[in-house]
Design a protein around this ligand. Structure first.
Ligand code: M6R
Length: 615
């Protein structure tokens, strides 16, 4: 939550900051602001409630256009509403110092009282202004040593934070720090960058440095210095960004979500690349780490939101192929009880951003209790992989729309790879060739669903624009897809939606069925299990008998569903573990088309931010 960008170099910083903020706006869009040390050496600042466009309009007088040192912020409100006053940057030291923040400063109330007693006045309701005021006071009392003052301040803060600050008496210097919130460094030629993620600067450089927890960075045009909170130098980890700026552009699509839905064949192909050898799955990143799978008797997969639904698919696959018990735990529930874990447990975390606070804290909690940790992540240089013993990157490319689509498909693909890899290592799979062939065929089959069902499903959504509630039913691996279909609809269409295990229907949810109630039913292939298929067909008959409008997602040629369905969406034949990757696509298209029919912003739905970096 909240996007942060910083720049020092020879070029005017305002446009660089605004372009960076545009790429980070997915992290929050309640307000935006920039501070720049202008050509006269004075610190200027503008901030506006609302989306970035409002800030852009306020900058049309070009007053800040020529400064070459600057910081910028896009906010998801936590402390204080989305107003101009609460927007970042916050100023101190007679408005000569500017500070921006991502995270929550948990001891801000005590610090605020201390500063109030010292005569400080506040202009906002934020925790951030407290850090700015503290920095201003420290700076004045230490004789103008910005880095020393910054170090003193971060050592007094509790909670999660990324902070950037600059002072007009130090043009060409931006200082930053991080604890449990993201910050990466972009290395340019005679210029340097800071960002919440590499998207902030990827159009200028693809050379980056990842910095660790509780570290401070100072950038000037010529140098980057990283220390710990005590001031001792530390080595930052260099990496090359594997995608270019064009990958994070809309590129002619109506929305990022439309683009990302369409990119799923490529995202899945990229997740598979280099991980299939003949008829076996071998994940090179896990080379030499067989013990992760041999020395355990249990796997816990932890994640939030869509990533947690991919985890549920992973549970089925890992248990089937690697024959080890798997529990799926929502990360925010996991660490607030006393789970039974130890060195015989492998905790797998899943996160597109690699920054979700709940998931990060679950990983740390697991490590502290001796569990081994493996992260499935889409974002290079992110915190969660750095906190884990091993990482499998999904390589789906940047996902900008708040609603996760291609990352979900890539996460399931990575979990299928992991299950087959673990099955081979544990000796529980004698022949994986059929499943490996199924994996390889996925990109083409997803492309086929996009090709054949896009118009049909979009038309269906258009007809249903006034619908007030939609239910989704699935069994086996169709159950997580029912949950995901409902989440997609809720988050971008603001329509009430629920996903249920079809078998649960008669235990309560069937009471919701009244004439005309739309219900999507994910029908598993009869070729995998005639029994499970027949159970789902019975469920369809039960809801149909009560007047439901039944929309079926079924494999090509499944005629048993025809007499009871109002609409049939077809997916290609696939093995049982692979159907989710095909069945989810029409549900994503449906949510997107319905939101569009209602005139909603599908990329930036209300109240949400893509990366939830506060608890
Ligand atoms: O970055 P992560 O994968 O850790 O994010 C987890 C969830 O916040 C995320 O999947 C969220 O549920 C999406 N908005 C769903 O579309």
């Amino acid at each position: 939550m909240c996007g942060i960008v910083g720049y020092v170099g020879p070029r005017p910083s305002q446009d660089i900051l605004l372009a960076g903020l545009a790429r980070l706006e997915y992290r929050g869009y309640d307000s935006a602001g920039v501070a720049v040390i202008d050509g006269e050496g004075a610190l200027g600042m503008r901030k506006k409630a609302g989306k970035l466009a409002a800030l852009r309009d306020s900058l049309s007088d070009a007053a800040l256009a020529d400064g070459t040192t600057g910081i910028g912020h896009t906010r998801w409100a936590t402390h204080g509403g989305p107003t101009d006053e609460n927007a970042h940057p916050h100023l101190a030291d007679d408005d000569k110092l500017a500070l921006i923040h991502n995270g929550i400063i948990e001891n801000f109330s005590a610090l605020r009282d201390e500063l109030l007693a010292d005569g400080v006045t506040f202009r906002s309701e934020t925790d951030t202004e407290v850090a700015a005021a503290l920095l201003g006071r420290e700076y004045r009392s230490n004789g103008g040593d910005l880095q020393g003052a910054f170090r003193a301040v971060v050592n007094r803060l509790e909670g999660a934070f990324t902070l950037l600050a600059m002072h007009q008496d130090h043009p060409g210097l931006v200082v930053g720090a991080r604890r449990n919130s993201p910050l990466v460094i972009g290395l340019g030629e005679g210029e340097n960058f800071l960002g919440s993620d590499v998207a902030a600067f990827v159009e200028h450089t693809r050379k980056a440095l990842a910095i660790g927890q509780d570290q401070i960075v100072a950038i000037t045009p010529e140098a980057v210095t990283v220390t710990d909170f005590a001031g001792s130098p530390v080595e930052a980890e260099p990496f090359d960004v594997s995608w270019d700026a064009a990958a994070a552009e809309k590129g002619g699509w109506s929305s990022f979500m439309a683009k990302e839905v369409a990119e799923q064949p490529e995202a899945v192909a990229n997740t598979l690349r280099g991980r299939i050898q003949g008829d076996q799955v071998v994940i090179p990143e896990l080379d030499g780490l067989d013990d992760l799978f041999l020395g355990i008797n249990r796997i816990i997969i932890t994640a939030c939101g869509t990533a947690a639904y991919s985890a549920l698919v992973g549970k089925y696959a890992i248990e089937q192929w690697a024959r080890v018990p798997v529990d799926v735990e929502l990360a925010h529930e996991f660490r607030y009880r006393d789970p039974v874990i130890g060195d015989d447990t492998l905790v797998v975390s899943i996160s597109q951003s690699g920054e979700t606070m709940d998931t990060l804290m679950a990983v740390k909690y697991a490590r502290e209790r001796g569990a081994r940790t493996l992260s499935i992540c889409n974002t290079q240089g992110a915190t969660i992989p750095r906190e884990s013993d091993a990482v499998v990157y999904t390589h789906a490319g940047p996902e900008v729309a708040v609603a996760s689509t291609k990352a979900f498909s890539a996460q399931i693909t990575a979990l299928l790879l992991l299950a087959l890899h673990a099955g081979r290592v544990r000796g529980s799979m004698t022949d994986a060739s059929v499943d490996v062939a199924e994996l390889s065929a996925l990109p083409e089959k997803i492309a086929q669903v996009l090709e054949t069902e896009n118009d049909h499903v979009s038309q269906l959504a258009g007809w249903m624009a006034d619908t007030r509630s939609v239910l989704f039913l699935g069994r086996h691996v169709g159950y997580p897809i029912a949950l995901e279909g409902a989440l997609k609809l809720k988050e971008i269409s603001y329509i009430h939606a629920e996903g249920f295990a079809a078998g649960e229907l008669k235990h309560g949810p069937i009471a919701l069925i009244e004439p005309g109630q739309p219900v999507f039913v994910l029908v598993p292939s009869p070729r995998h299990s005639a029994l499970v298929h027949s159970k789902v067909v019975s469920n369809i008959q039960e809801i149909r008998a009560r007047g439901a409008r039944v929309i079926v997602v079924a494999e090509e040629g499944d005629a048993a569903v025809l007499p009871f369905a109002d609409e049939v969406i077809r997916i290609p034949l696939a093995g049982p573990m692979f159907e989710p990757l095909l069945a989810v696509v029409p549900l994503q298209i449906f949510a997107m088309a319905l939101a569009t029919a209602k005139g909603l912003d599908v990329d930036q739905p209300r109240n949400l931010a893509k990366s939830v970096t506060v608890e």
